[in-house]
Design a protein around this ligand. Structure first.
Ligand code: ZN
Length: 125
């Protein structure tokens, strides 16, 4: 059974996650607008401008010493391509986890660029 965004999206998810070389499992979930609002409330705790639309979010299940897993939540109702862009964006956060504090700093940018090349098949592999 394929997910909300269908077989091609699921294939992209598996392909990108395989290429992450991540030490912990990465799960992908699609959520309704209401569910996303609740997730954002929890994750940002009022520190983010709530008028910005959030299409995807990444959360980590972790102890003080290690990350047990990551879950990427993507809102429903996007085009498949746009949902995949959200996926690439959030996976860059997974790679960057434990690195720099700035959410979209240099380490994130490098991770994003690497992933985007894998996503478009321009990584020469
Ligand atoms: Zn981000």
């Amino acid at each position: 059974m394929s997910s909300y965004y269908g077989k091609d999206f699921d294939h992209t998810c598996r392909y990108l996650i395989r290429n992450l070389n991540c030490k912990f499992p990465v799960k992908i979930r699609t959520v309704t607008t209401e569910q996303m609002k609740r997730l954002c409330k929890k994750a940002f705790a009022g520190e983010k401008d709530s008028t910005d639309p959030v299409y995807a979010i990444c959360t980590f299940d972790e102890t003080n010493t290690r990350v047990k897993s990551a879950t990427i939540y993507i809102i429903r109702g996007l085009s498949v391509t746009f949902a995949e862009w959200q996926l690439v964006h959030e996976l860059a956060h997974v790679i960057q986890k434990g690195g720099e504090k700035a959410p979209h700093g240099n380490a994130w940018g490098i991770a994003y660029s690497k992933l985007y090349k894998i996503y478009t098949g321009e990584n020469g592999e």
